[in-house]
Design a protein around this ligand. Sequence first.
Ligand code: URA
Length: 231
Amino acid sequence: MRLDKFLCGCGLGTRSQVKKDIAAGLVTVNGKTALRPKQHIDGAVDRICHGGQPCIYERYVYYLLHKPAGVVSATEDKRERTVLELLGDTGRNDLFPVGRLDKDTEGLLLITNDGALAHELTSPSKHTEKEYECHLAYPIDEAQKERLERGVDIGEKELTGPAVVRILDEKRITLTITEGKFHQVKRMLHAVGNEVVYLKRLRMGALVLDKDLPAGSFRRLTKEETESLRK
Ligand code: URA
């Protein structure tokens, strides 16, 4: 594997960041300063250090992206900008978004290469909570709230599962659901006679979107966050 790719895989930054570190002489391979990002190394045999600290390649990586509107939740797309493009050059080619947000939906999107965790989080039987902030076309009333909470007919075999509705003001609610049907939130609000005009995912399971992470930005998950997702 190329040295710069290996360093990215150790969580030391993007390809351009680690190239700068290599140029600055911060990286050694078997005790010798490495100056070529293209240098081939064997992670199982060579001893790679960054700033004197041994580098450990991470098999799995986890990013929390604040998805902006206007990009699609796909790994590649011929016409549209994808969420993976927002991550830049991570040195990985096996990343994918966990579940989908519509092109016009903003908010929390987990991006990883951990297929087992993704399966756990998206499997209908696991009932992972997803909390959305919804801005509505019309004021929400008690009858609509109760119907959303009980379950509504969105044209599937069964009614949607029980949801939790928190009213923020007359046209803003948070809706927490444990399923992930196509356009589910928009279809639920439509089914009760309302319409979603803006949608943002705030939370998935224990993973919460940071209030100060701007749309289009991302960060690595902390160890505590990855562990809490596995529970
Ligand atoms: N429900 C929707 O309708 N759209 C999303 O993007 C996510 C949930």
